[in-house]
Design a protein around this ligand. Structure first.
Ligand code: NAD
Length: 247
């Protein structure tokens, strides 16, 4: 699907895994729209990088929690480039706390961004992919949605929800030749880890068989593959990228 005219929409594309995915999809020949809730210097760097690869790039400012903003962003993109072939849902946050201290905002913020945001973005692009009878959707879950993590009832619930959503949507869109898969990273070095204590970080690294945290490219290359025609017979799948952290 990633020929020179493919159009990719990457949420959370300002930073970390999303930024890397945006650049790798540009490398693969896509024009890339980077959706994020803020437009920062980082956004400018991502767009410059995509353009330096020789592809077209645009930034869409939208908060994935707000359905009207997501719909407006998708409409803008369709007006501009006429189609959306690839959606990669990377936008995500953490608000870690043990459940007996977790307040409503910590619970809701994570569910709203990490689960409802994925739902709203998938819902907004589904009609155009159904009409085109082609497309790839990749949702970034987490190994903590598969195993649960201390201090992350909110995040583990949201990421487990993303896996369920992915499998149900794979069933709904298969007849239209649209694949829907989830990638479940383990510990990956990105700004999302900034709030983690040294102790928690070392404990997480100690779980990883390969003995190091992952890099964004470790996840990005799998996403690139799943969005390509080489993965055309893979759907409803959840693939871990975790250096053996889960087992
Ligand atoms: P990151 O903080 O570098 O990137 C997250 C991006 O999401 C940022 O650009 C941020 O601005 C954007 N974002 C946050 N809230 C948003 C909103 N409401 N609307 C639109 N954009 C919003 O983190 P990352 O590590 O690159 O995370 C990417 C995805 O990977 C997330 O879903 C995260 O849960 C998942 N993940 C990360 C790890 C890890 O160890 N880094 C592990 C497993 C899963």
């Amino acid at each position: 699907m990633t020929d020179s005219t493919s159009i990719a929409l990457v949420t959370g594309g300002n930073s970390g895994i999303g930024k890397c995915v945006a650049e790798l999809l540009a490398r693969d020949g896509c024009n890339v729209a980077v959706l994020d809730h803020e437009r920062t210097e980082q956004s400018g760097c991502v767009l410059d990088r995509i353009q330096s690869i020789g592809q077209e790039a645009c930034h869409l400012k939208a908060d994935v929690r707000k359905d009207h903003e997501v719909r407006a962003a998708v409409a803008t993109l369709l007006d501009r480039w006429g189609q959306i072939d690839i959606l990669v849902n990377c936008a995500g946050i953490v608000r870690d706390q043990v459940i007996w201290k977790m307040n409503d905002d910590q619970w809701r913020d994570v569910i709203d961004v990490d689960l409802t945001g994925v739902f709203q973005c998938c819902r907004a692009v589904a009609p155009t992919m159904r009409t085109a009878k082609s497309g790839s959707i990749v949702n970034i879950s987490s190994i903590n949605g598969m195993r649960g993590k201390f201090g992350q009832t909110n995040y583990s619930a949201a990421k487990a929800g993303v896996i369920g959503l992915t499998k149900a949507l794979a069933r709904e869109l298969a007849r239209c030749n649209v694949t829907v898969n989830a990638v479940a990273p383990g510990l990956i070095e990105t700004p999302i880890l900034d709030g983690m204590s040294e102790e928690a970080l070392s404990a997480a690294v100690a779980e990883i068989l390969l003995g190091r945290p992952g890099q964004v490219e470790d996840v990005g290359e799998l996403v690139s593959f799943l969005c390509s025609d080489r993965a055309r017979f893979i759907t409803g799948e959840v693939i871990r990228v975790d250096g053996g952290q889960y087992i």
